[in-house]
Design a protein around this ligand. Sequence first.
Ligand code: FES
Ligand code: FES
Length: 187
Amino acid sequence: MTVPELHEITLRVNGVAYRTRVPARRLLSDCLRHDLGLTGTHVGCEHGVCGCCTVLVDGQPARSCLMFAVMAEGCEVTTVEGLAAPDGTLSAVQRAFAECHGLQCGFCTPGFLTVLTAFLTENPKPTEEEVVEAISGNLCRCTGYQNIVAAALRAAEILREERAEEIVAAGDGDGAEPERAREEAAE
Ligand code: FES
Ligand code: FES
């Protein structure tokens, strides 16, 4: 049997630089889980269908089972482990999932959390239809989509509230901005 050639790569994952040696065909999902020990990224279908393995690559959702690890050289990868703050405080999306029972068995959850994190950055005030569209590439075998959609809408609300609080705390501008921010958060 021919031993595959190994390639040295440097991956930045969740703000940390990792150096590892991988065969050219090593999937990013396997590299994250087996080489770097970041097992929060789940692998379901390995065919790009279920979305469980979704991570953020330079802020955009990407199926890590459809990417080779060598392709992530020089990219900033965010896995579910990187969504919480450094002190362990859960992100707004994570908190909303807990609050709205968006977690069932949890297997698909890392993919939903990463997809929604990117989506809510681009669309802070989505409609229910837009949320459904945003998560349409992720499959949940527990089929609790209703709670996942509710969690996404709640996460958007939390993010708007946090944004309003930041504006109020900053206390700059003509005074109208904090009021507008509070109104928007309340809508
Ligand atoms: S494991 Fe990658 S999409 Fe299913
Ligand atoms: S929560 Fe079980 S597969 Fe989605």
